[in-house]
Design a protein around this ligand. Structure first.
Ligand code: DND
Length: 229
């Protein structure tokens, strides 16, 4: 027998019907937005919110990389600063959270380890969607244990100015062929902002207003991040 709970039709088997598909009532659809976030900017926020809205995700978990595995040779701002800026940038969105999981785990921050840990935390029913920009997904075969990673969750690749939308479509099709229908593509309003450009602007004494949330801009000034020594 079905019962009405908070406007959701719940069957005796504990399943609710959403768009004609039975799902466990407690199922979580979790978006995971991994990044170096050096610094976080509006391009990241628009990408995350577009993925959340397009796929009806309950939350987006921003995961700043403690030790970005692909940037071992590149100077990266201290993880605690990048974490603090991510907290500031996401604070006003009740569906955005920030995780310390990669900051508190020693060693390189491999995404496959993060997804495994999140799956243990949220249980096997949780649907996990890793959100990446078009440029990042095209590098995914070079990531640590990429075969295991590609099987571990679903992926949402968002369009990014500078990377052809058509190439992204071909990539998603190729990933689907090899690894099943767990790869999705979302066209997001193009925000041609990059962390590299923001760092360069600060070094050059140029404004970064409207490229990052105001609180992040103030944090960068206060801690003299990216400034010329
Ligand atoms: P990024 O350094 O590209 O992050 O790292 C992205 C994620 O990949 C992190 O979680 C890394 O740990 C993971 N990764 C990379 C390489 C190897 C491995 C893991 C491994 O496990 O072996 P950024 O802060 O630069 O950007 C964060 C995300 O936002 C990226 O997916 C990027 O493409 C995207 N993005 C934009 N998307 C749309 N419009 C814009 C964007 N700017 C950045 N303007």
């Amino acid at each position: 027998m079905a019962s009405e709970a908070k406007g959701v039709l719940v069957g005796a088997n504990g399943l609710r019907t959403v768009s004609g598909v039975d799902k466990p009532a407690a199922m979580t659809r979790l978006g995971v937005m991994g990044g170096t976030f050096d610094p976080i900017h509006y391009g990241h926020l628009v990408a995350a919110e577009s993925a959340r809205e397009s796929f009806g995700l309950d939350r987006i978990l921003f995961v700043p990389a403690g030790q970005p595995p692909h940037k071992a040779e590149v100077p990266v701002t201290a993880a605690e600063h990048r974490y603090a800026m991510t907290l500031l940038a996401t604070a006003s969105n009740p569906r955005f959270d920030v995780s310390r999981i990669e900051l508190d785990r020693p060693g390189p921050s491999y995404t496959v380890d993060t997804i495994t840990a999140l799956r243990e935390l949220h249980g096997p029913e949780a649907e996990i969607f890793f959100v990446t920009g078009a440029d990042a997904i095209m590098e995914i075969f070079s990531w640590n244990r990429s075969d295991a990673l590609l099987e571990s969750c679903q992926f949402i690749a968002v369009t990014r100015p500078g990377t052809s939308a058509r190439r992204l479509q071909e990539w998603v099709a190729r990933l689907e062929q090899g690894h099943g229908r767990r790869f999705h593509r979302v066209a997001v309003p193009g925000v041609a902002i990059s962390s590299t450009d923001i760092r360069q602007r600060v070094r050059d004494g140029r404004p970064i207003r409207y490229l990052v949330p105001e609180a992040v801009e103030v944090y960068i000034q206060k801690h003299r991040l990216y400034a010329r020594a």
